[in-house]
Design a binder for this molecule. Structure first.
Ligand code: CO
Length: 183
């Protein structure tokens, strides 16, 4: 088990579509590192490419929020559909330290995914879990929250983004208000 550095905006691995997991034998050790790294950074979600691993794999743990739930592992996931009204909610991102944005996303998501035992599932999610799933699925497709807001919001953070690109492997803490979560 070890804590790995979270890679920041500017690192090319965060702009690619991640590869499907075919070798499940390596997953237990990768997942240990992912959970350690996520807890160290006080995040509620983490995609594998955020610690430099090119795999369609993400974890979510909202145990310490109002919507307490067991930790989740999602492998080879794809969004089947999104449903419900769009909601605005503040999100931070472990790979975008210093940035917090109001992101508009559908309330509900239907996800197809595998669990660690290779079983396929298709489930509906809502609330914070649906929000976190959509954030992590964006990571696995090379998309950041900064791509989910308007030009004016994005321009506000132009300088922060330039700095991040310069130091895209350095480790930082996010700055969020009390309501937000970082993923
Ligand atoms: Co993120």
């Amino acid at each position: 088990m070890s804590i790995r550095d979270v890679v920041n905006y500017g690192n090319p691995i965060l702009r690619k579509i991640c590869s499907q997991v075919s070798d499940f034998t390596a997953l237990p050790s990768i997942l240990n590192d992912m959970f350690d790294s996520m807890y160290e950074s006080e995040g509620i979600g983490l995609a594998a490419n955020q610690i430099g691993i090119d795999l369609n794999l993400f974890i979510i743990d909202i145990t310490h929020t109002d919507e307490a739930d067991d930790p989740h592992v999602f492998i080879n996931s794809s969004i089947i559909s999104t449903n419900g009204d769009k909601e605005i909610f503040q999100e931070g991102c472990l790979s975008l330290p210093g940035i917090a944005l109001d992101v508009r996303r559908p309330k509900m998501v239907t996800l197809k995914y595998q669990t660690i035992d290779k079983e396929w599932h298709e489930d509906d999610f809502d609330g914070l879990l649906a929000r976190a799933i959509q954030h992590e699925m964006d990571h696995l497709n090379g998309v950041f929250i900064i791509d989910r807001v308007g030009e004016i919001e994005r321009l506000k953070y132009q300088n922060v983004l330039k700095e991040l690109e310069k130091h895209s492997l350095s480790k930082n803490k996010s700055s969020l208000d009390a309501k937000g979560f970082v993923l």
